[in-house]
Design a binder for this molecule. Sequence first.
Ligand SMILES: *[C@@H]1O[C@H](CO)[C@@H](O)[C@H](O)[C@H]1NC(C)=O
Ligand SMILES: *[C@@H]1O[C@H](CO)[C@@H](O)[C@H](O)[C@H]1NC(C)=O
Length: 355
Amino acid sequence: MVFITHLPLLITFLEVPAIKTGSSDYCLQYIIHVISMFCILRWMLMTKRGGDWWRRLSPSLQFRTFGNVDVIGKSDWLTYQGATNIATTLRAAAIFLRLYGGWDWFITLSARDYPLITQDDLSHVFSSVRRDLNFIEHTSDLGWKEKHRFQPIVVDPGLYLARRSQIFIATEKRPTPDAFRIFTGSPWVIISRSFLEFCILGWDNLPRTLLMYYTNVMLSQEGYFQSVICNSPEFKNTTVNGDLRFVIWDNPPKMEPHLLNISDYNEMVRSGAAFGRQFGKDDPVLNLIDEKILKRGHYQAVPGAWCFGRRRWWMDPCSQWGDVNILKPGPQAKKFEESVSNLLDGWKSQSNQCQ
Ligand SMILES: *[C@@H]1O[C@H](CO)[C@@H](O)[C@H](O)[C@H]1NC(C)=O
Ligand SMILES: *[C@@H]1O[C@H](CO)[C@@H](O)[C@H](O)[C@H]1NC(C)=O
C-alpha cells in the first residue's frame, strides 16, 4: 500500500477550524500521526460527539489527492478528566493497527497543539531513531497526585450514559495499588507499534488490568501508558523519558498549561520540541510560527521539497508536486535533533527510566 508522505501536517485542515478560526477547539479531539520507515504519514481525526463542523469542510487539494487523512465520523462521548479519553486513544490505535501496516510510531495530539517543526524535520530525525523506542514522559514520584488523583475513585458517565455529563467522585477512597507501581506523566505520547500492539491485543493481562484500574482514576490519560510500560519487563527498557512537547505550567500549576503567546516564542524555538501546547484561538504567535518555522501561507500546506509550484503570494507552492519522498529539513531540524539526542542520552544512561 502506498500512502503519500508529506501532506503538510493536515494542518491545513486542522488548524483552520480548530485553532485559527476557532469554531470550537473542543470538537476536534486529536490527530494521530504515524511515521513509517518510508516516512509515510497518516492522520486520523477523532471527532467528538456533538460536533459535526468537520462535515462542512472542503479539504484541500492535496488532502483529497493523497488521501492520507481519515476522519472517524462515528464519534464517542468524551468526558473532561474521564477515562473516555483513554478509550478514544486506544480506539484510534486499534483502527491504525487494523487498517495499516508498515508504520512505526503513533503520535497523539490535541486540537490545541501546534507543530514547532515541519513534517520533514520530524521524519528526518526519527528516521535514525530505534524503531522500538517509546517517548513517554513519566515519573513514579506521585507527590500530591497520590492523594488527589489516585486515591479518589471517579466514574466517567461518558461510558454508560447517552448524554453529555461530567465525571463524579465517589465518597469512598481506595489505597494506592501495591500489585503494580503507578507512574504518571504527560498525556501526550509517541508510541512504537510493538508497544501499541502489546496494549491493544492484550495477550499479557497487564494492559487490560491497568485499563480497568485506570477507568476509575481522574485524568487516566496521564498515567495509563506510563504505568503499563514501566510495569512490563519486555518494554520497560524502551522508555525514553520525554514527550517532545513544549509546555509552560503556571506556578502553582493549574489544571491546564499556560496559553502560549508571542512572549514565549523564543523559548519555544530554543526548546527543540516537536509540538507546542497549548495555544488559544487565533493567537498571533501561530502566524509567527507559520511564517518563520513552517514557511506556510494562509490556508496552505507546509511546503517541502515535494512542492514544485512557484512561490507567489496568491499561489500555493504545493498545488503542483513531484516526488513526495524527498525530505528537506527546515530551520528547526537541528534543534529538534539535539533535543531528541539529549533524551536518547538519558535513555542510554537509564538514570531516569521507570524510576
Ligand atoms: C533491560 O535492562 C536491564 C538493565 O540494563 C537488563 O538487565 C535487562 O535484561 C533488560 N531487559 C530487556 C528485556 O532487554
Ligand atoms: C503572554 O502571556 C503571559 C502570561 O499569561 C503574559 O504575562 C504576557 O503579557 C503575554 N504576552 C503577550 C504578548 O500577550
